[in-house]
Ligand binder design. Structure first.
Ligand SMILES: O=C(O)CCC(=O)C(=O)O
Ligand SMILES: [Fe+2]
Length: 350
């Protein structure tokens, strides 16, 4: 625990941007600051509004190839005004600019270190050997509403809650549209996921990556896949940093598009589709000039749900690639695996 608090302060105070040795990655893991820009597919959701079924079909097939080749896409035409997206970004920036002492009012001190921990702080540190990620975060339970711990929601800036509620209402609707499109693209009934508790638990992680004078030696976030069905990311509108791994292109940068939301497919989708759709491996690279923010909205199925390949999606002659478990069991080891740089999905491979 002492380590955790110490690290919070370490990050928050390191405005000179020089990392201590605990952040320095092994040589094989260091980022290439010149990664190429990826041609990440863009899905236009405006067919929902216009009810244009031809356009819907075109977008569904783009979504299908994006999901099997990349495991991510960007979404536009979602109907959220760019002005609201900018306000959310600004409110988030203002929160991270508060003095460390004030931010720590939103830290829970007594939860088990390796468990999911709401509030402000940094990720669990489980051993002295663990190489640390160069970020600070604020984690909040957002859905279901009765699971919100409102005392951890910042009171400063004053508009924080109001903006986040407004944004969340719109994002919840878009999530349904995305899950419907994913289901259609797989040949399932379009309500397959929506009616089966896919939006069981939604947590938001506000990320803050301070600038770093040794950006070539450290990572804002280590390579990982998300243990979610999908994650929707509101990226910084000016500073890039998110990179994804693709079998053909290697590590590529996700381009910045201020009006777009990034959709990352997580482990649940890879498991349920028996590997047809990918849980994209991703990481965050920092830079020496500008800090970066992002907001990751993690969607998990109901904890009681069974998690395994869906019968209709097991292609003829193909074996089941994953064992069937429950979402709860799957989630149990996730935080410790992440801290140790292990991939949770490996534990249920057949
Ligand atoms: O900062 C980002 O763009 C991505 C963050 C991320 O991968 C995560 O929060 O799991
Ligand atoms: Fe992630």
């Amino acid at each position: 625990m002492a380590d955790l608090i110490e690290k919070d302060q370490e990050i928050a105070l390191k405005n000179d941007g020089s990392p201590t040795k605990r952040f320095i990655r092994n040589e094989s893991d260091r980022p290439n600051l010149e990664s190429p820009l990826g041609r990440i597919p863009i899905i236009d959701l405006s067919y929902v509004e216009s009810k244009d079924l031809d356009q819907r079909q075109v977008e569904d097939s783009k979504l299908k190839s994006a999901s099997s080749f990349w495991g991510l896409f960007q979404v536009i035409g979602h109907g959220i005004p760019t002005s609201l997206m900018d306000e959310v970004r600004n409110v988030q920036r203002l929160f991270f600019k508060l003095p460390p002492k004030e931010k720590q009012n939103y830290t829970i001190a007594d939860s088990k270190i390796y468990e999911f921990k709401e509030g402000y702080g940094s990720d669990p540190v489980l051993s002295d050997e663990q190489i640390l990620d160069w970020n600070d975060k604020l984690y909040l339970n957002v859905h279901p509403e009765e699971g919100r711990k409102m005392d951890l929601w910042p009171q400063n800036p004053e508009s924080f809650k109001e903006k986040m509620f407004e944004f969340n209402e719109k994002v919840m609707i878009i999530m349904d549209e995305i899950f419907k499109a994913v289901a259609r693209s797989l040949g399932l009934d379009e309500f397959y996921f929506v009616n089966n508790g896919i939006k069981g638990l939604i947590t938001w992680r506000f990320n803050y990556y301070p600038l770093c004078s040794k950006a070539d030696l450290i990572l804002g976030m280590k390579p990982h896949s998300d243990a979610t069905s999908i994650t929707i990311i509101l990226q910084d509108d000016q500073v890039s940093g998110l990179e994804v791994f693709n079998d053909e292109f290697g590590w590529v940068k996700v381009p910045i598009r201020p009006d777009a939301l990034v959709v990352i497919l997580g482990d649940e989708i890879q498991i349920m589709t028996n590997g047809q759709y990918k849980n994209v491996l991703h990481k965050v690279v920092t830079n020496s000039e500008k800090e970066r923010i992002s907001l990751s909205m993690f969607v998990h199925s109901n904890l009681q749900n069974v998690l395994g390949p869906i019968d209709e999606l097991i292609e003829d002659g193909k074996p089941k690639l994953y064992k069937t478990t429950t979402v709860k069991n799957y989630q149990d080891g996730v935080m410790a695996n992440f801290a140790n740089g292990k991939y949770s999905i490996d534990a249920i491979r057949v």
